[in-house]
Write a protein that binds this ligand. Structure first.
Ligand SMILES: Nc1ncnc2c1ncn2[C@@H]1O[C@H](COP(=O)(O)OP(=O)(O)OP(=O)(O)O)[C@@H](O)[C@H]1O
Ligand SMILES: [Mg+2]
Length: 409
């Protein structure tokens, strides 16, 4: 219910009684909830439609190329070219899933202490090439470092600089300012926690954003550009929120826009640069025995073929129990595995983390790699503490598998 009360006063102005009303607002509430649900569904609809559209195009590329390769298999050169095209389409699909994963828990940043400036310079070099736009940097002296995932933040800055360049087709100057915002103090948006922040401003004098579009620019697949995917800002927003920061926008149609990224400054105790990879004892025979655990049959088949083509022997299992048993049996037979590749999550079975624990009980010297399509917990950042030698991100290509083996065997 919603209640309202009105005082009734006498001639002297004293309250002598009151009128009180009570309204049943159940229906209004229900309507409001319904409206929110509709809105959510609408956003999901746009997102799903966008993803389906992008993937269908890429799948068309894969299908088309593979069927052409099958048709032309006697002409090796042509078949090879077609398969190359299929590979390119798949690479684009991987880029897309990587972007989409930043919206989910899987996009958890792997943070290290780093500075923004080199990321800005790299992004600017990329975004400005071939355009009539130039760039001015104004970085305050002695900016603190931040704890960030450099790959992800690089992507954010690149998206924003690219938007600024695209907003000025006739040319102009992108101005990038870096400054420190001390808290508590003026200029720090309320939703941020207290503490020092670095503010990175990216300004253009381009066409600006219409007031009606402003609330929607961070929606996935919202774009006003003929060839825009509309993912740039949506992805950037999630990344920055995962860094406990925020993005602020000011824009005037016809005059330009300023995007400001706020990121918390790194405290004294945060981890420094990436640790050097563990040095491994050299030398196994050229032909190694590798145990592959994955619950997806297709991945087992393809991965085994890939290892075979690299001259190794692969044994595949579908879950952790089978992996432990195969490892134990091989040791008893004196044919121990040189390397184990464990999928992080196994549907309805023992996954990578528990399996490595059991394998280490069997053999403290087990050499294992964890593999996953996303990093939904911290394993991707802390695999070494769990006893793994490396993280193999799915999907992987032959060249990546080869490089991994070269570094481990
Ligand atoms: N600097 C800017 N100036 C003017 N409009 C902008 C600017 N940045 C973003 N926008 C508006 O916000 C929309 C969404 O931006 P976003 O980067 O998410 O997608 P996009 O640039 O259209 O496509 P892409 O996925 O290729 O980046 C743009 O289409 C544009 O209308
Ligand atoms: Mg963009």
């Amino acid at each position: 219910v919603e209640t309202k009360a009105f005082p009734i006063r006498n001639a002297a102005g004293e309250v002598i009684s009151a009128i009180e009303t009570m309204n049943d607002i159940t229906e209004r509430h229900a309507l409001e909830e319904e409206r929110l649900k509709t809105q959510k569904l609408e956003s999901i609809g746009i997102l799903a439609g966008g993803i389906a559209h992008d993937f269908n195009n890429l799948l068309q590329g894969v299908f088309g190329s593979i069927s052409m390769a099958r048709l032309k298999w006697e002409d090796t050169a042509q078949a090879r070219e077609m398969l190359g095209l299929a590979e390119q389409a798949i690479e684009q699909a991987v880029n897309l899933t990587t972007q989409l994963l930043t919206f989910s828990r899987g996009g958890k940043p792997v943070k290290r202490r780093a500075t923004l400036r080199p990321l800005v310079e790299r992004a600017v070099r990329f975004a400005l090439s071939g355009s009539a736009v130039d760039c001015r940097h104004e970085f305050a002296e002695g900016l603190p470092q931040e704890e960030m995932d450099e790959g992800q933040m690089g992507q954010v800055i690149q998206n924003m600089v690219l938007n600024a360049v695209q907003a000025m087709p006739q040319g102009g100057t992108v101005v990038i300012r870096g400054r420190r915002v001390r808290s508590p103090g003026a200029g720090l948006p309320h939703i941020l926690s207290t503490g020092d922040h670095v503010a990175l401003e990216i300004s253009d004098q381009g066409n600006g954003i219409a007031a009606a579009d402003l609330p929607r620019i961070f929606d996935p697949y919202f774009s006003t550009k003929a060839k825009g995917s509309g993912l740039g800002l949506a992805v950037s927003y999630s990344i920055v929120r995962n860094h406990d920061g925020m993005i602020d926008v000011q824009s005037r149609p016809g005059q330009g826009s300023t995007f400001t990224i706020y990121l918390p400054a790194a405290g004294p105790g945060s981890p420094a640069a990436a640790p050097a990879p563990a040095v491994l004892p050299p030398g196994h025979a050229a032909r190694s025995r590798i145990l592959v655990m994955d619950d997806e049959a297709m991945i087992r088949t393809v991965t085994a073929r890939m290892f075979n083509s690299l001259g190794h022997e692969a044994v595949c299992v579908a879950h952790g129990e089978a992996a432990v048993e195969a490892y134990r049996a091989a040791r008893v037979d004196g044919r121990s595995f040189h390397l184990v590749i464990l999928d992080l999550t196994i549907k309805g079975g023992m996954g990578g983390l528990e399996t490595i624990r059991r394998l280490r009980e069997l053999d403290p010297g087990v050499r294992a790699v964890v593999s996953s399509g996303y990093s939904d917990d911290d394993t991707c950042a802390t695999y070494r503490d769990q006893g793994f030698l490396a993280f193999l991100k799915k999907p992987y290509q032959l060249a990546e598998l080869k490089a991994l083996l070269a570094s481990l065997l």
